[in-house]
Design a protein around this ligand. Structure first.
Ligand code: SAM
Length: 211
């Protein structure tokens, strides 16, 4: 029987002081493997699945809700997912302060909060300044993957992406083999995807690549 690494919950919850500046992923993971980032990781369902399916990459999930971040960190610990970490924080701020230039192989954003009211659109994560940050942190060839159930937010994402000539829009490809129990219609295997499939919602997906 394979032994799980002896991981403590705190080790899965990545703590970075405000003064730390840009972090070195090799210091976090103890190796130089490619790193992928998920924003709005929720309870860590996608992060755990992809970390287990693709152990040759490292994974970081950022989650704003403390209870979810702690739940996800404990889940990673219970499954011995030594190649994944959770950050409890606000993604746009954390990325700007702590993620080094050209250091990521992929950025995943699945079912981000749509903020449907017009007066709240400015709170949407996918905006031009955020896409500029994505361009900064992706390594050459790195991909941004976006999925939403919200048609208006999807139109807003496409419009924002269309203005970014240094990110090339490409067809969406599923980032990971889905779990055997994923319902028909799954493309990323997150909790919200499962819930929305049950409700019969339509999904919209796009991706972009840094040349
Ligand atoms: C609709 S849920 C989707 C969760 C997960 N991606 C899924 O598909 O099951 C959106 C998640 O993003 C988190 N979130 C929203 N804005 C965020 C931000 N600016 N930074 C980090 N997490 C954020 C929320 O707390 C919530 O857990």
């Amino acid at each position: 029987m394979a032994l799980r690494p002896n991981l403590k919950p705190d080790e899965m919850l990545l703590q970075v002081t405000d003064e730390a500046g840009k972090i070195r992923w090799a210091d976090v993971f103890g190796n130089d493997r490619p790193v992928e980032l998920e924003i709005g990781a929720g309870k860590g369902t996608f992060l755990l699945a992809i970390a287990q399916a693709l152990p040759e990459h490292n994974y970081v999930g950022i989650e704003w809700a403390k209870a979810y971040a702690e739940f996800a960190a404990d889940r990673l610990r219970r499954h011995g997912a030594a190649n994944a970490r959770i950050v409890h924080g606000e993604a746009a701020w954390w990325v700007r302060c702590h993620v080094p230039d050209e250091s990521l192989a992929a950025v995943h954003v699945y079912f981000p909060d749509p903020w449907p009211k017009t007066r709240h659109h400015k709170r949407r994560l996918i905006q031009v300044p955020f896409l500029k940050e994505v361009h900064r942190i992706l390594a050459a060839g790195g991909k941004l993957r976006l999925v939403t159930d919200h048609a208006d937010y999807f139109a807003h994402m496409r419009e924002a992406l269309a203005g970014q000539t240094d990110l090339r829009v490409i067809p969406f490809d599923s980032p990971v083999a889905l779990r055997a129990d994923a319902p028909a219609g799954s493309i990323v295997g997150t909790n919200f995807e499962r819930k929305y499939i049950a409700e019969g919602r339509t999904f919209f997906a796009t991706a972009a690549q840094k040349p």
